[in-house]
Ligand binder design. Structure first.
Ligand code: PGA
Length: 250
């Protein structure tokens, strides 16, 4: 059993309604009665559910995060957008930034950098996503791509300790395809090494995301030095989500 603190981030994407609140009951109960597993659960529902989720988990150790925010730090004429200040003001503690789905809608490294800055300035912790495409992997560009995304994303940010680094190979997201353990381990080692030596971050936290499920977790949890998982599809089902947490520790 791992004796390390592990993060489990549930990314609900554009799923869920008020009825889904009920699915948290099981997870809250599980989390309370299994404090011997050193786990930190962070639910990231869509914005419409942020506030009810925050209320729901109040008496538990579960935290809530948003899935994205605007670059602007406070308020402004940005129809349809939400700022990190607004997210923080309702009691959320985290925000996901740089998810490949948002990168594909136009979030450049510079935009991501601004969003991370605004979030940290407003007191949120950031789950910063990055990862290579299959084509980049085939061309053996993975290391370059990863280091570039990381470097640009956190450029000139001071409180780097407030960032959890989420490595998500884009071609693994929602596809069921997962890198071989040895390759994954090599990439995680590369990321941690760069974070420590080049970017001067002490004890950086690196989590993995991309098709994590109750079956492959047994293998994924063995990745040397991994600090947790970012879970999309499987996190919508409380049973599967609990299973993933449990199997990480047994
Ligand atoms: P997935 O999503 O677990 O459904 O692959 C992960 C993510 O996009 O964060």
């Amino acid at each position: 059993m791992t004796n390390k603190y592990m993060y489990f981030v549930a990314n609900w994407k554009m799923y869920g309604d008020l009825k889904s609140l009920k699915s948290l009951d099981k997870v809250i109960r599980f989390s309370k009665s299994n404090q011997n597993y050193k786990h930190k659960i962070i639910y990231c529902p869509p914005n419409t559910l942020l506030y009810p989720f925050i209320n729901k988990v109040k008496k538990s150790t579960i935290s809530i995060g948003a899935q994205n925010c605007h670059t602007h730090e406070s308020y402004g004429p940005f129809t349809g957008s939400v700022s990190s200040k607004m997210i923080k003001s309702i009691g959320a503690k985290f925000v996901i930034i740089g998810h490949s789905e948002n990168r594909s809608y136009g979030d450049t490294d510079a935009v991501i950098n601004k969003k991370i800055k605004s979030s940290i300035n407003n007191g949120l912790k950031v789950i910063f996503c990055f990862g290579e495409t299959l084509n980049q992997r085939k061309k053996k560009l993975t290391n370059n791509v990863l280091f570039n995304q990381i470097k640009k994303g956190i450029f000139s940010i001071k409180k780097k300790q407030n960032i959890i680094f989420a490595y998500e190979p884009i071609w693994s997201i929602g596809t069921g395809a997962v890198l071989k353990k040895s390759d994954l381990e090599m990439n995680v080692r590369f990321i941690k090494n760069k974070l420590k030596t080049k970017l001067k971050i002490k004890n950086p936290k690196v989590i993995y995301g991309g098709s994590v499920n109750p079956k492959n977790i047994k293998n994924l949890k063995e990745i040397n030095n991994i600090d947790g998982f970012l879970i999309g599809g499987a996190s919508l089902d409380p049973k599967k989500f609990i299973d993933i947490v449990k199997k990480t520790f047994i």
